[in-house]
Design a protein around this ligand. Structure first.
Ligand code: PRP
Length: 177
């Protein structure tokens, strides 16, 4: 069994000010509002909550649950839609909201599934774009932070389901067994 040490990567103040900027970008790009934000559970719940509270335009909110990870720290490479949208996406300006893009599998494949349902437009936003293990291309219209690698936890992101509730984001450093 490996042991990990937590180190702050982005503190809550840095996250808060970046989320504010992202919300301003979205609001400016959609002055008429009427956007449908779809958060990908569970990781995006905290980012989504902070983001929508800072939007200055009206929006609808929905959530989906897509599983792509096993219980460890690496992607399983599988994508299962466990919970789909309850609001129809047809004709709507959709913004897919995720906490982190890693392999790219989740956003890439779910975006394709949504495109088949004739939305007016689809944009994507992720708080963290982790680029080092990308397998599928993902275009991000809005991005909070870009990192190369590292197992990150906090602010919605988990390690074996724990650690989601912190306001800061940590990186777990492998300190051996
Ligand atoms: C995480 C994260 C993203 C996805 C990114 O979700 O929240 O949705 O993985 O990884 P990918 O780019 O390699 O597809 P996870 O499946 O761990 O579920 P969770 O959000 O419930 O923790």
């Amino acid at each position: 069994m490996r042991n990990y040490r937590k180190k702050v990567l982005f503190d809550h103040e840095a996250i808060s000010s970046r989320v504010e900027e992202l919300a301003a970008e979205i609001s400016a790009r959609h002055p008429e509002g009427e956007i449908l934000l779809i958060g990908i559970l569970k990781g995006a719940f905290m980012f989504m909550a902070d983001l929508v509270r800072r939007l200055s335009v009206p929006c609808e909110v929905d959530f989906v649950k897509i599983s792509s990870y096993g219980s460890g720290t690496a992607s399983s490479g599988k994508l299962n839609i466990l919970l789909d949208t309850s609001i129809p996406v047809e004709g709507r300006a959709v913004i897919l909201v995720d906490d982190i893009v890693d392999s790219g599998l989740t956003l890439n494949e779910y975006r394709q599934a949504l495109e088949a349902r004739s939305p007016r437009s689809i944009e994507t936003i992720a708080l963290i774009d982790k680029t080092g293990r990308r397998e599928k291309h993902v275009h991000l219209d809005y991005c909070g932070f870009r990192i190369e690698e590292g197992f990150v936890v906090g602010y919605g992101l988990d390690c074996n389901e724990f650690g989601r509730q912190t306001g800061d984001i940590y990186v777990l450093e492998d300190i051996g067994s």
